[in-house]
Design a protein around this ligand. Structure first.
Ligand SMILES: Cc1cc2nc3c(=O)[nH]c(=O)nc-3n(C[C@H](O)[C@H](O)[C@H](O)COP(=O)(O)OP(=O)(O)OC[C@H]3O[C@@H](n4cnc5c(N)ncnc54)[C@H](O)[C@@H]3O)c2cc1C
Length: 540
């Protein structure tokens, strides 16, 4: 047993787990990472579907903790593809000598707080047991895939793939009649690439999502050099929350931060020009081009109409264009998708869109998809139907805190955290990018680094003050959760009916989970807590 005793156990070896491990080891503590996959990379290990790439720009979607690392790594494209991001995660693991501290193929099944010994007992599916006074959940916000509840899904006898559990060996779509269900970020990235290979592609769409062009390109070496020469300024800009940590990579820092233009100060022509420029520049920063698009329904409706018009301009068939225009949520209140030629793909003769609102799926059959109107024969079926987001991974483990309280019980009405970092009743259990923090609304590597740094300061504070145990005080936790809801309610986000609210999972409590104020204000709140001797946390 002593061989399985550590100062810290970390669950997950994605970007959060790797950086957490690096920081913990640097202080001389012992640590073990338990990871259910066979390698590092998290999201980028699992999501190998065709077209998978980041939608934050590569030079921003990367670690900032080591200037040597950021200088030596070369990103080839504005938005890196999955293999390159996975290679980066592997490089980090090797460069910082992290692998020897990671157990792969080790799914954590339970974590129990042992009050008498003041430690967590963490068990894997293979019944291996680990003990540590501190347990850190770096289990990811988008790591538990959702399968659609469609009759007959198991009956399909052709090739079947799920975007978020894509096989490691190459998948060939040549000469195949492919069907794809799910038109969120992953589906929208995959459609053009599958269409370029398949004999026929049928996309089954229930809900259209807004997508803006990535305007992806191979990075120019001189531009990268200039950017890297001022990397620390860029990083500061990302941390302070210009665009939730996405930064504005189209300009170098000397151009200054973008002024937040409000819709009411603009004429319609000016607003259209701003959106046109943002469309041409590409990327999710489209949402920040007019500062109040996510707060002001009139500004939002204007942006919606702008994108609708773009779709109608791109897609030749007016009926298909109309079906692709989202009308049931304000733009940006579901994660804005970033694509490469998604809409134009529907002009190809072998690509077909089935609007499930008009022609619903009755069932999946052995050989295809039976719609109300016809049977669509398929050789391959791909589903890209999203995740049980933010709470899925945490609740799929049996976590039991003090007094026998389980996390599932504590969160039966929705997640409850202080700063998205800890939950009352679960001493010494930290979450990285948990519900109640900016997490999925931000450039997540910015958020991950900030959380890990905060956890390390808290652990150092405990050493300095000889504390053994930390958890939030209930009043601070409920105050923070009220604040998270207040901020959400001052935006249009709650109208999105999205996975941010748990709306894609039947029976999941409808609570807006991420903190919508942005990474800059959130960082200020955390810094103020730390400076006030970790106000709101109880130590013993
Ligand atoms: C397709 C896709 C594209 C994305 N693109 C972007 C982007 O462009 N920008 C951005 O900011 N974010 C993006 N994200 C979000 C992305 O999840 C984060 O950016 C980031 O990779 C999260 O890192 P993480 O370490 O917190 O979590 P993850 O990468 O999800 O890693 C969590 C790890 O924990 C492991 N794990 C979970 N439960 C257990 C358990 N019980 N036992 C053992 N191991 C467990 C998982 O196997 C996984 O390896 C994207 C997500 C997806 C799915």
């Amino acid at each position: 047993m002593s061989g399985n005793q550590f100062d810290v156990v970390i669950v997950g070896a994605g970007f959060a787990g790797l950086y957490m491990l690096h920081r913990v080891l640097a202080t001389g503590r012992t640590a073990r990472v338990l990871e259910q996959a066979s390698d590092v990379g998290g999201t980028w290990y699992w999501n190998r579907y065709p077209g998978a790439r980041c939608d934050a720009e590569s030079l921003a979607y990367s670690y900032s903790f080591s200037s040597d690392l950021e200088q030596e790594w070369t990103w080839s494209e504005r938005y890196a593809q999955q293999p390159e991001i996975l290679a980066y995660a592997r490089h980090v693991a090797d460069r910082f000598d992290l692998r020897q501290h990671i157990d792969f193929d080790s799914r954590v099944a339970s974590a129990d707080w042992d009050e008498a010994l003041g430690s967590w007992v963490v068990k894997t599916g293979h019944n291996r047991m680990f003990r540590a006074s501190v347990c850190i959940m770096a289990t990811g916000c988008l790591s538990v895939p959702r399968r659609p509840d469609i009759k007959g899904l198991e009956d399909f006898s052709g090739h079947f793939y799920q975007a978020s559990q894509w096989p490691t060996e190459p998948v060939n779509f040549k000469d195949q009649r492919v069907g794809l269900i799910g038109t969120g970020s992953s589906g929208i990235q995959a459609v053009p690439v599958i269409a370029s290979e398949a004999a026929e592609l049928t996309v089954f769409q229930r809900t259209p999502n807004f997508s803006v062009p990535a305007q992806n390109k191979v990075l120019d070496a001189d531009w990268v050099d200039a950017f890297k020469a001022r990397y620390s300024e860029h990083r500061e800009n990302h941390r302070q929350g210009v665009g939730s940590g996405f930064g504005d990579l189209a300009v170098l820092p000397q151009a200054g931060p973008m002024d937040p233009v409000l819709f009411e100060s603009l004429t319609a022509d000016q607003a259209r020009d701003i959106l046109e420029a943002a469309w041409e520049r590409g990327g999710a920063r489209f949402m920040g081009a007019i500062g109040d698009t996510l707060m002001n329904p009139v500004a939002n409706a204007f942006a919606q109409n702008f994108v609708h018009q773009k779709i109608k301009d791109i897609v030749d068939d007016p009926e298909i264009a109309a079906a692709l225009c989202p009308s049931n949520h304000p733009i940006g209140t579901r994660r804005i998708c970033v694509d490469s030629d998604y809409y134009a793909t529907y002009n190809l003769p072998h690509v077909r869109l089935v609007n499930l609102l008009k022609d619903p799926i009755i069932q999946i059959t052995e050989h295809g998809v039976e719609l109300q109107s016809e049977h669509v024969a398929l050789d391959t079926l791909v589903i890209a139907t999203g995740f049980d987001a933010m709470t899925g991974a945490l609740l799929s483990m049996n976590i039991t805190g003090s007094k026998g309280l389980t996390l599932a019980e504590a969160w039966s009405e929705g997640p409850k955290t202080y700063l998205g970092l800890m939950s009352c009743g679960f001493p010494n259990l930290f979450m990285i990018t948990g519900p109640g923090s900016p997490s999925v609304l931000s450039n997540m590597i910015v958020s991950i680094e900030q959380h890990v740094d905060f956890v390390m300061s808290c652990l150092e504070f405990m050493v300095d003050h000889q504390h053994q145990r930390v958890e939030p005080d209930p009043k601070s936790q409920s105050g923070w959760m009220e604040h998270v809801q207040e901020v959400a309610n001052s935006t249009l986000f709650p109208q999105g009916g999205s996975w941010y609210l748990g709306a894609n999972v039947p029976g999941k409590p409808r609570v807006f989970m991420p903190y919508a104020a942005g990474v800059g204000p959130y960082r200020l709140a955390c810094d103020a807590v730390a400076e006030a001797d970790f106000r709101g946390f109880e130590f013993a």
